[in-house]
Write a protein that binds this ligand. Structure first.
Ligand SMILES: Nc1ncnc2c1ncn2[C@@H]1O[C@H](COP(=O)(O)OP(=O)(O)OP(=O)(O)O)[C@@H](O)[C@H]1O
Ligand SMILES: [Mg+2]
Length: 285
């Protein structure tokens, strides 16, 4: 029988388990090399690692945006995600926040947030004006991110930081159990970046929503994470609390680039090196 909804899992219990998961892109590039890990409910987990390490691949494999080449994803309340119906159910309760917000600029902020409700409507229903219940959920989400007064403004009239908060509100409108954010603060100034992470951390603490965020700033990971996963060459090479993120751990994650990582290079200066198919990324899939 198709389950229509799944509640939040109890804090600290496994929410999502990745088992022997690997991702090999069609051109043969290995984005994720045979990885197993468990994401606990209600935890704020930060993915760190150099450019091209596999942070986005890992993050996107958690909601099937990037399909696994082998291995499995098991979600509390659903089980192993085998059928497309399992994935749909999981995705419906998994919000995604992007670096560039991906808002529709000419639409109102409220309309943008309401798109977070689309997965809950039938195709026919989504063509009609939003229901009062959905509007209430969207307005509540806007209130949660501190932008209730912006509901009727055009999305492209807001600042970058405000737009990112709308992106978070849109994800919250899904009433997620899991929130995935891929470099959500990469294009924001340091103070705004900290405020956005503070918001995500507050949501995690107060609502029990599990959050997984990829970042390039070690200091922000130290400040906000409950758990840090250090990714390098498609593998998790560090897994621990931020307090354990010492020079040795940073070296394991960043190698000789460790110093540069600590100096927090601006996002625009980073290049994505292509994996050349050699070295430690060869996977026994
Ligand atoms: N669509 C794709 N096709 C082929 N290779 C890809 C694709 N997407 C990513 N890759 C490669 O997979 C590896 C991991 O990339 P990924 O984007 O996950 O790294 P990342 O840690 O998120 O990097 P960044 O910090 O630059 O965002 C890299 O070698 C990258 O070039
Ligand atoms: Mg990335």
């Amino acid at each position: 029988m198709q389950r229509m909804d799944i509640p939040l899992a109890a804090a600290g219990t496994p929410l999502l388990t990745l088992t022997d998961a690997s991702v090999v892109y069609p051109d043969g590039t290995v984005g994720l090399a045979r990885t197993s890990t468990v994401f606990a409910a209600g935890a704020f987990c930060v993915l760190l690692g150099p450019s091209g390490a596999g942070k986005s691949t890992l993050l996107r494999s958690l909601n099937g945006l990037v399909p696994l080449s082998s291995g499995s994803v098991t979600v509390e309340g659903i089980g192993p995600l085998l059928r497309s119906a399992d994935w749909r159910l999981h995705r419906r309760r998994t919000g995604m926040v992007f670096q560039q917000h991906q808002l529709i600029g000419r639409l109102s902020v409220l309309r943008n947030v309401l798109t977070g409700r689309i997965a809950f409507s039938s195709t026919l229903r989504s063509l009609w004006p939003a229901s009062i219940a959905d509007r209430r959920i969207a307005l509540h989400a806007l209130d949660r991110v501190g932008l209730p007064e912006a509901a009727l403004r055009r999305a492209d009239q807001l600042s970058g930081g405000q737009q990112q908060r709308v992106g978070i509100a849109r994800a919250l409108a899904q009433q997620p159990r899991l929130l995935l954010a891929d470099e959500p603060v990469a294009s924001l100034d340091p103070a705004t970046a900290a405020r956005v992470l503070e918001l995500l951390q507050g949501i995690c603490r107060e609502s029990g929503i599990s959050v997984v965020v990829s970042l390039h700033q070690v200091e922000l990971a130290r400040r906000f994470a409950d758990r840090v996963l250090g990714v390098r060459a498609g593998r998790i090479v560090f897994d621990g609390p931020p307090a354990a993120l010492d020079d040795r751990a940073l070296h394991a994650v960043y190698g000789t680039e460790g110093e540069a990582a600590r100096n927090e290079p601006p996002a625009a200066s980073r290049e994505r090196p292509a994996f050349d198919g050699t070295g430690p990324l060869s996977v026994a899939a």
